[in-house]
Design a protein around this ligand. Structure first.
Ligand code: DX5
Ligand code: ZN
Length: 224
């Protein structure tokens, strides 16, 4: 496939949500041993989304034994209260939702003040125009391709248009942020998202349950 102009090199970020919750260190090491560089960590509060995961103490424990880039996705109603703890725990990038009722500029500044990369996340039902004003101020834009809260859901095909639109804005304005997709990503859906402009692929179920992890990695890396 021909590279899409204006994109960053493609990378796969396995979501530890689909790892072994009795031994998250083992799942993290598995990702690292395969030569991958990113790990996606889903933080849920049981309020902004109808599920719970883990907090900063778990991230700090994984950080002790890992050199991976920690891509921390906050699904929280009050991300402003948790930037400091997750930065302290060793997050490299922190993303939070445009739907969270906070002062987004202030939270982006909080993340920058902690020398972390800054990410914004947009849910399937939210119009892409809502993130437009922030595109010059972020390192990553995460387009949810399922309703967040649970792994193992089906990819929402109608998100392709949103990815294409945001990628076009990125080209038009020479922005450099990564365009990440999350939810129902497997080898096939990753290809379709890449054609629309995505360059960063979160995969939980399809990665951890796969018997062909190397093939998955090669496929995603060839999407550059
Ligand atoms: C969904 C999470 C995802 C999840 C993706 O709320 O944000 O990161 O782990 O899981 P799969 O790849 O199984 O759809
Ligand atoms: Zn996620």
């Amino acid at each position: 496939m021909r590279p899409v102009a204006g994109k960053n090199p493609s990378l796969l970020a396995p979501s530890i949500l689909a790892g072994d919750h009795g031994d998250l260190r083992k799942s993290t090491q598995e990702v690292e041993n395969l030569g991958l560089r990113w790990l996606h960590l889903d933080i849920m509060d049981g309020h902004f989304v109808p599920n719970l995961t883990f907090g900063p103490a778990t991230v700090a424990a994984l950080r002790k034994d890992s050199q991976l880039f920690f891509d921390v996705h906050l699904m929280l109603a009050n991300p402003d209260a948790f930037i400091e703890p997750f930065a302290e725990a060793g997050a490299d990038l922190i993303s939070f939702h445009i739907e969270a009722p906070v002062d987004h500029r202030k939270v982006l500044q909080q993340i920058a003040d902690r020398d972390c990369q800054k990410g914004l996340v947009i849910n399937p039902g939210t119009a892409p125009e809502s993130v437009y004003p922030y595109l010059s101020s972020i390192d990553l834009l995460l387009v949810m391709t399922v309703q967040p809260g649970f792994g193992g859901q089906s990819f929402k095909e109608e998100m392709i248009r949103k990815i294409r639109k945001i990628h076009q804005w990125r080209l038009d304005n020479n922005h450099l942020f990564r365009l990440e997709v999350d939810g129902g990503i497997d080898m096939e859906t990753a290809k379709r998202c890449a054609e629309a402009g995505a360059d960063t692929f979160v995969a939980g179920t399809a990665f951890f349950k796969s018997a062909e992890k190397e093939k998955f990695i090669d496929t995603v890396e060839s999407l550059s």
